[in-house]
Ligand binder design. Structure first.
Ligand code: F6P
Length: 407
């Protein structure tokens, strides 16, 4: 059976661990024995909190440098042992940003080694990713601000020694936010590479639950937009949503910035102390511009041309001073990319969105005709359960409460 090392490459907070986890997940399900060897795990175990201070990573700190090399070589030896004892793919999860380190590892390799470099220069996302890292126990003694600064200093040190892939024998560069292969230098016949490529470019969704907020005061009045609160029925729907997930821990919940989405999510996270909640403005409901806070009947009376033009082309129509489905696409796509990037390879992720937002997210997975998208049913008593991995595609509407009296 074939053997392969994969060496991850990239500055911290670029999604390397997520990509490694996706590969582990995808290959293991194909019966390919795969394991991850993470340098950070050994570092924390051996050296503790001291090694999370930025100075540890300073290129002139000889002791820090030697300790990190030692860890890298320990993992390389463990990886080789794994491959010699029935393993197929050993993933070295570390920054491996210096050519010196990569060449040293290549010299130790007794099977082919494929370098995968993760690139993400989206500052906002790198910042969000750093913020997430500050929750790690190694930063528990620092405030969030101190931890962010400390991590950014660490990244700066890595930038000093960073050299992109070039002379290595076999490599692929990936945009880890957009799941794109940017460049590759891989000869044909490399084992498992067809699987790995497909994994690299796929949205890897283990369990995505997409729910709409519960009924709001505005929904009852048939008013659009705004920032109203849940009604009694809305609270009931949200509470049933919470009940539905009892016993099945959700790892990440994404909401919009709107009250109705956050109130609904609260019922789910109440029972989940380890769940991370991230509000994203990208998931705010479509901005109806001059029609915000109006009832559909008022729009017909006050702006008959808007009501008419919108019904002729609901997807393409843009509210004056607001948005349309077409112009919403980039914003929602970005929100979804952000959510998938930030949640890593989490087992369960929930998005509590809005009617138009959820239609756009659904269209990402569903391939509906554009004209149909603004009419996709988004009930308030049901959720969509989506799985999209190499082995499984699932798309299911699941009812978590009997009556749906919302609109
Ligand atoms: O009615 C609730 C709502 O979320 C509004 O805030 C929003 O304008 C509307 O749904 C979007 O649905 P449609 O595109 O069908 O008007």
């Amino acid at each position: 059976m074939h053997k392969l090392y994969i060496g991850m490459v990239g500055l911290p907070a670029r999604g390397k661990t997520t990509v490694a986890a996706k590969i582990l997940d995808g290959l293991s399900k194909e019966g390919i024995r795969t394991e991850i060897f993470n340098n950070g795990d050994i570092r924390r175990e051996r050296l503790g909190v001291k090694s999370s201070e930025p100075e540890f990573y300073c290129p002139t700190n000889q002791a820090g440098k030697a300790a990190r090399e030692e860890i890298a070589f320990t993992n390389m030896n463990r990886a080789t042992e794994f491959l010699q004892n029935g393993g197929n793919v050993a993933i070295l999860d570390a920054t491996n940003v210096s050519r010196h380190r990569r060449l040293a590892i290549e010299r130790m390799a007794i099977y082919p080694i494929l370098w995968i470099e993760c690139i993400n220069n989206d500052e906002e996302l790198v910042d969000a990713s750093i913020l997430r890292k500050t929750k790690l126990s190694e930063f528990s003694k620092l405030t969030e601000e101190q931890a962010c600064m400390s991590f950014k200093e660490r990244i700066k040190y890595y930038e000093h020694i960073y050299s992109p892939l070039l002379d290595e024998k076999m490599w692929v560069m990936v945009d880890s936010l957009h799941n794109l292969i940017l460049n590759e230098n891989v000869p044909s016949g490399i084992p498992f590479y067809a699987n790995i490529r497909d994994i690299l470019v796929s949205d890897w969704v283990r369990n995505l639950y997409l729910a709409r907020h519960g009924q709001t005061e505005y929904n009852v009045m048939d008013r659009i937009g705004g920032n109203s609160s849940l009604t009694e029925l809305g609270h009931k729907q949200a509470s049933c949503l919470g009940e539905y997930f009892k016993g099945d821990e959700i790892n990440y919940v994404f909401t919009s910035m709107k009250r109705r989405s956050q109130q609904t999510a609260q019922y789910v996270v109440n029972h989940m102390p380890n769940c991370t909640v991230i509000p994203l403005p990208e998931f705010d409901e479509i901005d109806a511009g001059v029609c915000e806070n109006l009832m559909y009947s008022e729009i017909k009376e006050q702006y008959p041309e808007i009501a008419r033009d919108r019904s002729y082309d609901k997807y393409g129509y843009v509210y004056p001073e607001g948005e349309g489905y077409r112009t919403l696409k980039d914003r929602v796509d970005r929100g979804l990319k952000k959510a998938l990037f930030l949640s890593g390879n989490a087992e369960r992720v929930l998005i509590v969105g809005h009617q138009a937002i959820n239609r756009m997210i659904l269209s990402h997975f569903l391939f509906r005709r554009q004209d149909d998208v603004p009419y996709i049913l988004v009930p308030q008593n049901s959720l969509f359960h989506i799985i999209s991995t190499q082995q499984k595609k699932l798309f299911e509407l699941v009812k978590f409460m009997d009556a749906d009296l919302g609109n």
